[in-house]
Ligand binder design. Structure first.
Ligand SMILES: *Cc1c(COP(=O)(O)O)cnc(C)c1O
Length: 300
């Protein structure tokens, strides 16, 4: 496990900016998904479960993380995938293909059935079909996941004034809030539209030193614009740091925009968390290619 803070040499005279390279934690179990799985895997072993079952969409970082971590730790893995049309297209989908290579078994369900994923009747149907399993919710967010994310900030991070991260279900930011110092402000950048997140975060977060910046979702979950793709490519070229289009690209775009607008107080020390997700670039590029739009450049 290798994660470190890397300085980003910005031109702004009054701010300093660092990025925590959680994307470097593991080659396949990226960033926050590694954190979120850590204590769940220990619990599954303790419960003597042999199978992990979880839910996700076509490009889900969580699905691939569960497949890879399951294979590494000797669990069978089952992925309940949103969208029946994907059943015959696994080989066109880099995320699902890799998850399959790690041994994951898929169950493709319609969007309507997928919406019942938290319904006990739906779960007991799955138990009849697949036997006993350890259930991981969509996106992997539960109490144990948040416990894992409480290890993202360490003592040497205490003098950052701002800690910024991308937000999906809100599990990661809740863990970060819980391990932040009262003197720090945690800024969350939702990757999707909607106001339900604040309530979800309030359930898990023990402190109130946080805020959501909702201006950088780029149209909603997994939606991208040419401006965002150009930003990701320029950022990579300039700083040699790859960003993903679903989460970290949008968050870093937001942070750089706020820096340009002098949003932060003078002398702010800012830390952004690179939560990983780089495996999603290939799938996004497939979509962009079909639409004849500019793609994300993959270096090395
Ligand atoms: C899943 C994910 C997030 C969102 O994490 P939540 O805990 O669901 O808020 C952020 N960044 C990346 C790269 C992710 O894969």
């Amino acid at each position: 496990m290798e994660t470190y803070n890397q300085k980003i040499q910005i031109e702004h005279p009054n701010y300093s900016l660092f990025i925590k390279r959680e994307d470097k934690i593991h080659p396949h179990v990226s960033g926050n998904k590694f954190r979120k799985l850590k204590y769940n895997l220990l619990q599954a072993k303790k419960d003597k479960k042999e199978t992990l079952l979880t839910f996700g969409g076509a490009f889900s970082n969580h699905i691939l993380a569960v497949a890879a971590a399951g294979s590494e730790h000797g669990f069978k893995t089952i992925g309940i995938i949103r969208g029946e049309e994907l059943r015959d297209k696994i080989s066109d989908n880099p995320t699902l293909q890799k998850a399959k290579d790690f041994g994951m078994i898929f169950e493709f369900v319609s969007r309507e059935n997928y919406n019942h994923k938290n319904n006990p009747k739906f779960i007991s149907k799955l138990e009849k079909k697949f036997g006993n399993f350890y259930l991981l919710p969509e996106g992997g967010t539960n109490e144990l996941a948040i416990q894992g994310c409480e290890e993202i900030l360490i003592n040497e991070d205490a003098d950052f004034d701002y800690v910024c991260c991308a937000v999906g279900t809100g599990g990661t930011i809740s863990g970060i809030i819980n391990c932040s110092k009262p003197s720090q402000q945690v800024l969350g950048f939702p990757a999707l539209k909607g106001d339900f997140l604040r309530e979800d975060i309030r359930k898990f977060a023990m402190n109130s030193n946080w805020e959501l910046i909702t201006d950088y979702h780029f149209g909603g979950y997994a939606k991208v614009t040419e401006e965002l793709i150009v930003f990701i490519n320029e950022f990579h070229q300039k700083y040699k740091i790859p960003l993903d289009p679903i989460y970290t690209g949008k968050m870093v775009f937001g942070v750089m925009d706020l820096i340009e607008k002098n949003w932060f107080p003078d002398n702010s020390k800012i830390l952004v968390i690179h939560t990983g997700g780089l495996q999603g670039i290939a799938g996004m590029n497939n979509l962009l290619r079909q639409k004849k739009q500019i793609e994300i450049i993959i270096h090395d």
